[in-house]
Design a protein. Structure first.
Length: 577
């Protein structure tokens, strides 16, 4: 970390020395208070803490509780009431406002103006969509055709979710992995297409979107798979489905990274918009989406609120579930029965989600066919037995030039780490596996590209049709190498020289794994003092496994992960209630 205390004095300097504030926090605080002519150190500290909160994913800060959240009671925190009074009296909350306060009494929240406005706008647009009447596609006798045909016996939970979606212009569809969210979406689209056809309306204009290119491609692949299971008549009524990132759906502007070509004055043309992996959508991006949705459209927000939230500020999906769930006039469409996991992995995921540490430890200790626990801080020898054979199988397929086998092998196992660097990080384990490969084969790895190198695409490349999060394997072609990347339409080959934004992927971060799956997952937990250890991180990692999960870490690290929640300060849920 940088040492901003060199330039910081007074109250800001104390908090910088304590490594609470970074240089950027202090710079913004000093600049804004100087422009406003405010010399009160407590106001500068409040501004710096708001900027710090944004870096950590919150959109605001509660000055009454921030000392408890930081857990540094020995620092000279200003008395809460005096602190708030100083902020209220500051020119920064004047006109035009730089700071905004929301709420009264014990829950007063401090924002930068931009995020206060975005949160207010998201709340207003959500409530406006909910208040609008959804398109009336019922038959003259008031019935909903084919509801029971498309959601037959055994799909009662999904049918109930579809019934909710039919009655609301905006629907939040939640569920953990394997609960049938995509199946519900596909059958709901078929139902809406049939309604439109029977009532004489033109074919539906449908948009499928997600925050990342990989998630968008996966959504399209999964929906198309489900649509393929429907009757021919249902398939024929649906338009040709495509998917895109939210940025591409809204059409990015080269002159403004936070604004788009579709907005309140130029709405999206679609009748139905489905957004998957909504937990990854930031407050800013949700604001841009909602202002571009037509009032007579249907918006379906799909996701798992217990997974990791967006990298940027906001926890919109969790706020929507919390806020709308507290209203009598709105229903959340919730799927709870998982069909993906063996019973033991599902039970483990539920115990983590519920914060039941003793239950988690009991399930891990019991082990079994689907769960393994390596209770150690030095897992090298044990992990070598798992990771090296997998890397050798990748290498074998690559040398044979068999890209399909390489991709299949890649999907058999994945090592997930919380950190990028350090002994528990992705970089260390990528290098370690390459060292083991060298020792085992007698062939040193001299270059970035080598047969069997698994790769992770780290940036969207629309020209090549590659998306951040795509994965592949390097195989031998003639006298050279090529990268075979998995996609929804099948394997695609690229010369290695065309791929600039890729990383080696013997190991990957839990954040990058969000939305993906593998048959077997190994989760490497850092030591208990790691700030990244949270319940959401642990839950996300475990739920990437299809059939088997291996947890590597001490009991102390596991208990710490379960006890620590990702706390993102926000006023959206309160506004919605």
């Amino acid at each position: 970390m940088s040492t901003p205390s060199v330039a910081a004095t007074g109250l800001l300097g104390v908090f910088a020395d304590a490594e609470i504030l970074e240089a950027a926090d202090i710079h913004v605080a000093r600049r804004l208070t100087a422009l406003a002519g405010d010399t009160d150190e407590s106001v500068a500290l409040a501004v710096a803490l708001v900027v710090r909160a944004l870096r950590a994913g919150s959109v605001c800060v509660d000055l009454r509780s921030v000392a408890d959240q930081v857990a540094r009671p020995e620092l000279p925190w200003p008395p809460a009431e005096q602190w708030l009074a100083a902020v209220r009296a500051s020119p920064l909350v004047g006109s035009p406002p730089v700071l905004r306060l929301f709420g009264h009494g014990t829950g007063e929240l401090l924002y930068l103006d931009r995020y206060w406005l975005e949160e207010q706008q998201v709340c207003a647009d959500v409530l406006a969509l909910l208040a609008s009447t959804p398109p009336d596609d019922t038959l003259p006798d008031g019935t909903v055709p084919s509801l029971h045909r498309l959601f037959p016996e055994g799909r009662e939970e999904q049918r109930a979710a579809a019934e909710v979606a039919l009655t609301q212009s905006l629907t939040v569809l939640t569920g953990g992995p394997g609960t049938g969210k995509t199946s519900t979406v596909a059958r709901l689209l078929a139902l809406l297409a049939e309604q439109a056809s029977l009532t004489g309306k033109p074919p539906l204009r449908i948009a499928l979107a997600a925050p990342t290119g990989k998630a968008a491609a996966r959504l399209l692949e999964a929906v198309q798979l489900e649509v393929g299971k429907l009757d021919a008549a249902d398939r024929d009524r649906l338009p040709e489905l495509t998917s895109s990132t939210l940025h591409r759906l809204l059409r990015s502007r080269p002159d403004n990274s936070s604004r788009f070509r579709h907005h309140r004055e130029n709405r999206l043309p679609h009748d139905v918009i489905v957004v998957d992996e909504t937990s990854m959508v930031s407050l800013t991006l949700m604001a841009r989406l909602l202002e571009a949705v037509r009032p007579d459209s249907r918006l379906l927000l799909v996701g798992d609120p217990d997974q990791l939230a967006s990298v940027e500020a906001g926890a919109v999906l969790a706020d929507l579930v919390d806020g709308l769930g507290g209203r009598d006039d709105v229903r959340i469409a919730a799927l709870q029965t998982s069909h993906r996991f063996g019973e033991s992995i599902g039970a483990l995921a539920a115990a983590i989600r519920d914060g039941a540490a003793d239950r988690v430890i009991g399930l891990l200790a019991a082990g079994g066919e689907h769960i393994e626990w390596l209770d150690t801080d030095e897992p090298g020898d044990q992990l070598r037995k798992v990771l090296l054979p997998h890397a050798l199988r990748l290498r074998e397929a690559a040398i044979l030039g068999d890209g399909a086998a390489g991709l299949a092998t890649l999907g058999e196992h994945r090592l997930l780490c919380a950190h990028r660097r350090g002994p528990y990080g992705v970089r260390y384990w990528n290098r370690q596996i390459e060292r083991w490969l060298t020792d085992s084969t007698g062939e040193p790895i001299w270059a970035d590209w080598y047969p069997g190198r698994p790769v992770l695409v780290t940036a969207n490349d629309y020209g090549l049709g590659l998306y951040n999060g795509d994965t592949g394997v390097t195989v031998v072609r003639g006298n050279g190498l090529c990268a075979v990347i998995g996609s929804g339409t099948g394997p695609v080959e690229f010369a290695t020289g065309r791929l600039a934004d890729v990383d080696t992927m013997h190991a990957m971060t839990i954040h990058k794994s969000q939305g993906s799956q593998a048959d077997e997952i190994t989760v490497l937990l850092p030591q208990e003092e790691s700030r990244l250890l949270t319940r959401e991180l642990f839950y996300t990692a475990v739920t990437r496994a299809k059939t088997r999960v291996r947890i590597v870490g001490s009991e102390a690290a596991i208990r710490q992960a379960i006890s620590r929640r990702v706390v993102r300060a926000s006023g959206l849920a309160r506004r919605l209630r």
